[in-house]
Design a protein around this ligand. Sequence first.
Ligand code: NAD
Length: 425
Amino acid sequence: MSTELLAAAHAPSAYDFALQNFELAAEALELTECTRSLIKYPERVLTVNIPFRLDNGDIRRYEGYRVQHNTSRGPAKGGIRYHPGVTLDEVKALAMWMTWKCAVVDVPFGGGKGGVIVDPKQLTLPELERMTRRYTAGIAPLLGPQRDIPAPDVYTNAQTMGWIMDTYSMMSAGGYPIPSVVTGKPLSIGGSLGRAEATGRGAFHTLVSACEQLHISMKGSKSVVQGFGNAGSVVANLLDGHQSLVIAVNDSRGGVYNPAGLDIPKLMLHKERTGTVVGFAHAEAITNADLLTLECDILIPAALENAITGENAHRVRARIVAEAANGPLTPEADAILEGNGVFIIPDILCNAGGVTVSYFEWCQNEQHYYWDLHEVENRLERVMNKAFKEVLDIHSDRKVGMRLAANMLGISRVATATTARGLYP
Ligand code: NAD
């Protein structure tokens, strides 16, 4: 085995980091070993084989997962990720973070996550649909509006959720629709207004609160966004609309930089047309590594885990790091940034707008009564502001970093619910 492969094999995973952060919060909360053992580990882990037919008639197979971390506060909730780098450990970490996140914003859900090891860009749309339907059939025994409710994540979208909803409805109800089994669906089959923008919009609300707290004027501030997808493009657009200069953004293929500020609406059109931000006019090219170390007020990692590590954290020159992505900082990076006085808005707070509006969507489906956009956005803002204040209060009262404060809030709520339910049998 090469040294590089050996290092990768021994590198700590996102799940190791999630467990490490859990223990820090459990210590600070003085949780007993018994409570820890009840809430630390996933309740259920399912691995499925996904054979499906390619357009040319050949059969391809992938491996997929669904993990339910904790359901003491409500049904498992969490996205489904399609990515060649998916691992079971990653899905377990993401499921655990969903548990704490739902508790931080106090929505009555537990945590779950799903993933398939696939590069969806290599499949045609019909192939992607067949693969999605077969994966859904595999994890269907776990799903249900009162059991486990998936949503979109990296490289899945409203269309993917439509296929999942249809497959589940065909399998369990003869095709009669069961919209509340997934969120992030198309509006025409029970999706919620405002869901597609919810993660970015929620992150934006936390940024407004953080700027107020730190006396930073958003108008005229400089921001940088890593990952111009669902979460990243929305928060970039809102910052641009509030006169923050978004000086650089990127995606998996590369980045664009303009010190005078990028025209975000035009960049969104460019990405829609070409599939990437690369090649946008009125901007210079910037590498994905250099983008993260640009001098700015606000840095928003909105792509994947471990974007900022012990290697590059020393070079980050931002005042606020807002984690629109899940797990973009390793614990080592966390400590370095905190030591340098960077204000971190942790993922389980920063990107909780997505699951909050997913909850609103589920409520609307269960009530068969739909809200207007104004109502969705107002309720989202209230939830995000309340959660930010609650985390900030712990941060100030207990003199701990924002990540530990958020973990303490989420984990204590889950511990309380678990204790209230008692131990079966
Ligand atoms: P997405 O697929 O819409 O976008 C991801 C973007 O990241 C794409 O533009 C991709 O090209 C880019 N990217 C991938 N690797 C990159 C790299 N190395 N450098 C720069 N860019 C890179 O996914 P999304 O839904 O926006 O999810 C992004 C992050 O936000 C994930 O961590 C996800 O778990 C988290 N999140 C998403 C939601 C949601 O509602 N979609 C909710 C909560 C958290």
